[in-house]
Ligand binder design. Structure first.
Ligand SMILES: *Cc1c(COP(=O)(O)O)cnc(C)c1O
Length: 354
């Protein structure tokens, strides 16, 4: 353990990663054009690559996951429609209510079960009859992983089959789709093929949004995948939302590099999250949720809870960055290593044993 190394260990989010030297080299080497004229070869190549990897007709490169989800919801729904979504889903809770504000699409939020799923019975009960009193229920939006939790594949199949039977479209916020695929491959036995698991997840949906700027380590960008006809509508909305970018191949090249080099290594982030969780579990005053992917949630209890205000500043003063107060969140990623986890545990121990 490099105890004298004061490089911050930034566990606030997997968005904080810096592009690696090889990724920067790929960006600098990328051929560029104007993507509003559909003339950026690097953007076109990325869109074709992610669509083919996930088994969709086409894909659209987006500046952010928020804009990608917004374009998806607005392409699936009209004014006065509603979409069914979890209370803790990013699209509902963390995107400024964009679907309602910008699209007049009403969310119908449902409570999650402890494993992150929405009860099938709750989904079914939330679908409104065709009656002038009600908004038209048009879409089911799920998220995987959700707060680091892997939704079971058989659940995804059942929920999306129910939605299909009720005439709803299905959208997946797969900001961390590849974390889900890596975790699913790991529990699926020795044959676990990450790309196959990713396709099995997204096959349940009409559209999927994936982030390159989270665990994949690219600086910017998401992709929205779906049918050509769906993406033609999303493309118009992206333009309206100000998301028509020009020489964005510079960014697409980073995303493309990430797809080639940073997907399978997500298993390392998951292993570090487990290591961190195991270490934290030994400390007093903490209740640690077993991580399934790269996010560790920890509740402060007893004496530790009484000192909660002081913990995040104490960690920050020692170069360990986390978010939360009574419930802390630690996220592992490309720029966190075993030494960083060891330092985090040492500083947590110092605080809790004081
Ligand atoms: C990060 C994230 C997004 C998109 O976030 P941006 O910061 O807009 O790129 C969407 N959904 C989930 C689940 C996320 O974690």
């Amino acid at each position: 353990m490099k105890t004298n190394d004061m490089t911050p260990v930034d566990l606030r989010s997997d968005t904080v990663t810096q592009p690696t030297p090889a990724m920067r080299a790929a960006m600098l080497a990328a051929p560029l054009g104007d993507d509003v004229f559909a003339g950026d070869p690097s953007v076109n190549a990325l869109q074709e690559k992610i669509a083919a990897l996930l088994g969709f007709e086409a894909a659209l490169f987006m500046p952010t996951g928020t804009q990608s989800n917004l374009c998806a919801i607005l392409a699936h729904c009209q004014r006065g429609d509603e979409y069914i979504v979890g209370q803790f889903a990013h699209t509902y809770r963390w995107e400024g209510g964009g679907a309602a504000v910008l699209g007049s699409v009403q969310p119908q939020p449902l409570n999650h079960q402890a494993d992150g799923t929405l009860l099938l019975a709750d989904i079914e009960a939330a679908v409104k009859p065709d009656d002038a009193h009600f908004a038209r229920t048009r879409l089911l939006a799920l998220e995987n992983t959700l707060g680091g939790k892997l939704l079971p594949l058989d659940y995804l199949q059942q929920a999306t089959e129910l939605a299909r039977a009720k005439g709803l479209s299905r959208h997946l916020d797969g900001a961390r789709l590849f974390n889900a695929a890596v975790a699913q491959a790991a529990i699926g036995g020795a044959q676990g093929d990450v790309w196959l698991e990713a396709r099995r997840i997204v096959q349940c949906f009409d559209s999927v949004s994936v982030c390159f700027s989270k665990g994949l380590g690219a600086p910017v960008g998401s992709a929205l995948c779906g049918s050509r006809e769906f993406l033609a509508r999303a493309h118009r909305i992206r333009k309206m939302a100000g998301g028509g970018m020009r020489q964005s191949g510079l960014l697409a090249a980073a995303a493309s590099y990430a797809l080639d080099h940073h997907v399978l290594r997500l298993a390392d982030d998951h292993a570090l999250a487990l290591q961190l969780a195991d270490g934290l579990r030994q400390l007093p005053g903490l209740v640690v949720e077993p991580p399934q992917t790269n996010i560790v949630f920890v509740d402060l209890v007893d004496a530790a809870r009484a000192r909660a205000d002081a913990l995040v500043p104490f960690l920050a003063a020692r170069g360990i960055l986390v978010t939360g107060l009574y419930r802390l969140r630690f996220v592992t990623h490309l720029d966190v290593d075993a030494a960083g986890v060891a330092r985090t545990l040492a500083v947590m121990r110092e605080f809790l044993r004081a």
